[in-house]
Design a protein around this ligand. Structure first.
Ligand code: DAH
Length: 350
């Protein structure tokens, strides 16, 4: 009996040692400890031994079982640590890293700049936090004038400047108009200058208004055009819009001017473009066949004077449109707030 137990132990040791993976090791475990294994049969046999021999053999079997168990444990751990050898398949295609792209608003800005630069407009940048003077007063909107209400302005709590007034978060890019006239310095400018018009400015900037709904976000972008020269007519303005809309929206879209009122242009217009779905026939989305792009007009003589430009010598047109709205009209976006929710599933589509 003792001899048999020792033999079983030796056999088990060789089997455990020679296994190469966890699956085989579990098979060997069942062979050694399973119902019909040698060890189990030896344990059952104890009952057939004379009574006095039983305790000694029982003990021997228990010790042997524990020893084998611990061999199993060691082997298991060592097999778990072993990493499978890496197989390098050089014919497999490489892993592609996901590549991002510009946000829809940045894409639109690039496109708008490219279109207007072909007409000779150059990009300028003016402050996002500006004085009341540039945002309103120089644009013929005196203090407390009710026309200002349309701009739902955020005011900045800083001491007002005696000439320029309070600071505001610019509610439109029109603050760049008088700043641009100052940049080109005319002989009438405060410290004089030889420059002056022509001006062909494109000013693209963030704007802020106290509004939020499907077609408004408190922060948005506008692009502002300003053209000043000796002889500028409404047909130049109309031609510029037609050029822009056919390039940006496609050749089937046309624009129209609708009379409107802004304090800084005379005459003033709202510019409409034909709906992309029905192309002007009228549908459920646009109703009339037209969608509103933004405001425009011939620069008011008072604004030219505020920019030290002589309205008897020069004239011009200006326009200011929302970029998010323009994107919505191009892509049939139902809610412009989607642009700023940063949901990758939405942004990825463009
Ligand atoms: N600044 C106006 C707005 O935010 C839009 C606008 C209208 C700009 C007429 C212009 C203009 O330059 O001439 O609603």
């Amino acid at each position: 009996m003792e001899h048999l137990i020792k033999n079983t132990k030796r056999q088990s040791e060789t089997k455990i040692k020679s296994t190469r993976n966890l699956k085989d090791l579990e098979k060997v475990y069942i062979e050694i400890f399973g119902k019909d294994s040698l060890l189990t049969n030896l344990t059952k046999n104890i009952a057939n031994l004379p009574k006095r021999k039983r305790p000694k053999h029982g003990q021997l079997i228990n010790i042997t079982k524990k020893e084998i168990e611990s061999l199993f444990e060691k082997k298991r751990n060592s097999l778990k640590i072993q990493k499978p050898k890496a197989i390098i398949d050089i014919t497999r295609p490489g892993q592609k890293q996901p590549i991002g792209h510009f946000h829809l608003v940045s894409q639109a800005i690039e496109e708008i700049v490219a279109i207007f630069s072909k007409l000779g407009f150059s990009l300028q940048s003016y402050p996002e936090v500006d004085w009341d003077w540039y945002a309103f007063e120089s644009l013929n909107m005196p203090k407390n004038h009710p026309a200002r209400d349309d701009w739902e302005t955020f005011f900045v709590k800083t001491p007002p400047d005696p000439k320029y007034g309070q600071q505001v978060l610019t509610p439109h890019t029109s603050n760049g108009q008088v700043r641009e006239m100052e940049r080109v310095k005319t002989p009438a400018s405060p410290r004089g200058g030889q420059g002056g018009p022509p001006i062909r400015m494109l000013n693209i900037a963030r704007c802020y208004r106290r509004q939020i709904d499907v077609s408004h976000t408190p922060m948005f972008h506008q692009f502002e055009g300003l053209l000043i020269d000796k002889k500028v007519s409404i047909s130049d303005l109309k031609g510029t819009f037609d050029y822009f809309t056919t390039r940006f929206f496609g050749p089937q879209r046309v624009t129209r001017l609708r009379p409107h009122h802004f304090r800084f242009t005379e005459p003033s217009f709202e510019v409409d473009v034909t709906c992309g779905v029905c192309l002007g026939r009228g549908c459920r989305i646009c109703k009339s066949g037209w969608l509103e792009l933004g405001g425009a007009g011939m620069v008011h003589p008072k604004v030219l004077k505020n920019g030290h430009i002589d309205p008897k010598e020069f004239m011009g047109f200006a326009f200011g449109w929302g970029i998010e709205r323009t994107i919505a009209m191009k892509t049939d976006l139902p809610d412009i707030r989607l642009l700023y929710q940063n949901d990758i599933r939405f942004l990825e589509q463009f």
